[in-house]
Design a binder for this molecule. Structure first.
Ligand code: RIB
Ligand code: CA
Length: 315
């Protein structure tokens, strides 16, 4: 059966795992037609996330992919970044040089408007692997364009896994909980991949070795980024290996059978200082709130790494 490639826009905050998500997407042209990459402040500042996105496109041999800078801070809160996880550059573990490809003169919102207004109904998939600021601005300022969006795949949130940036909140959600609330209530088909599934996808030693054996510069970059993650937190990760979050969104689009989930309501805390950004996932349907997302909570981790390796081999 001939599959047509899904038209996607990747909104990201590179970031080590965002980098691997971009590599996986760029190596999957049969399944994914990347219309553009939009960047948001998150792991590091917007200045660095947009530079990193362009740098990653260049080392992957895709200087043609347009990168559009988006929001430099959350909707209401001051920006909180994660240099302690991703390093000062956002891509600690590899040397980031100034990209030759230019940053687009249009910003992310104008790119959204131009692309969606020309698109066929329900034809474009948004993939969000950073705080949801850009997506929330699109949803709130251009509701007339939402009919062009098929679905939004989000890396974010946590249920049983608690939180990785506060005891009860995952990073992307806690950086901009007000944006996440807008997106969770936008009415579009959402697939949410939180820590409950990404913590099953661990780059343990054997898996890191397999990637290390792939002889091309993209795989070497991915391997270095994974090694840095592990080195940074090996006391916490020990044998398990670091979870690689963002590539799960791309793998879901390429091979959804690698994952399983449950349609349920996901709400988010936007006020409490203690639990800001907490995603209340009504997994057992104990409220009368209608389901607003497919909450993914099961991954075939071996199948994921088999796919990742096979695609990294392509560079
Ligand atoms: O909590 C993990 C998420 O936060 C990932 O998207 C990672 O890149 C950081 O942005
Ligand atoms: Ca990210």
């Amino acid at each position: 059966m001939i599959m047509t490639a899904k038209s996607i826009i990747i909104d990201c905050d590179p970031g080590k795992d965002d980098a691997i998500a971009l590599f996986l997407a760029m190596a999957s042209e049969d399944e994914l037609d990347i219309l553009g990459i939009t960047t948001v402040a998150g792991n590091v500042s917007l200045e660095l996330t947009q530079k990193n996105a362009r740098f990653l496109c260049e080392i992957a041999g895709r200087p043609d992919l347009p990168v559009f800078a988006g929001a430099s801070s959350p909707l209401k809160l001051p920006l909180v970044t994660a240099e302690h996880v991703h390093g000062k550059s956002g891509l600690e573990g590899i040397e980031v040089v100034e990209p030759k490809m230019p940053e687009q003169t249009r910003g992310a919102q104008q790119f959204f408007i131009d692309t969606l207004s020309m698109a066929v109904e329900q034809s474009i998939t948004l993939v969000a692997t950073g705080p949801l600021t850009n997506i929330a601005l699109l949803v709130s300022k251009h509701p007339e364009l939402l009919t062009k969006i098929k679905q939004i795949i989000i890396m974010g949130g946590a249920r049983l896994e608690g939180g990785n940036f506060s005891p009860s909140a995952e990073f992307n959600m806690v950086v901009d909980p007000h944006a996440a609330k807008i997106v969770l209530n936008c009415g579009l088909p959402l697939v949410v991949m939180g820590l409950d599934v990404t913590h099953q996808v661990r780059a343990n030693k054997a898996r890191r070795e397999q990637i290390k054996n792939i002889d091309n510069k993209v795989a070497r970059a991915a391997s270095a980024l994974l090694d840095y993650s592990h080195m940074q937190n090996n006391k916490r990760y020990a044998e398990l290996g670091a979870a690689i979050h963002d590539p799960c969104t791309i793998a879901y689009l390429i091979k959804p059978s690698l994952f399983q989930g449950v349609e349920c309501n996901i709400s988010i805390e936007t006020d409490s200082p203690l639990t800001l950004g907490h995603t209340a996932v009504d997994y057992w349907g104990v409220t009368d709130k209608p389901a607003n997302a497919l909450w993914i909570d099961l991954a075939d981790a071996d199948g994921f790494f088999q796919l990742l390796n096979e695609r990294l081999e392509r560079f």
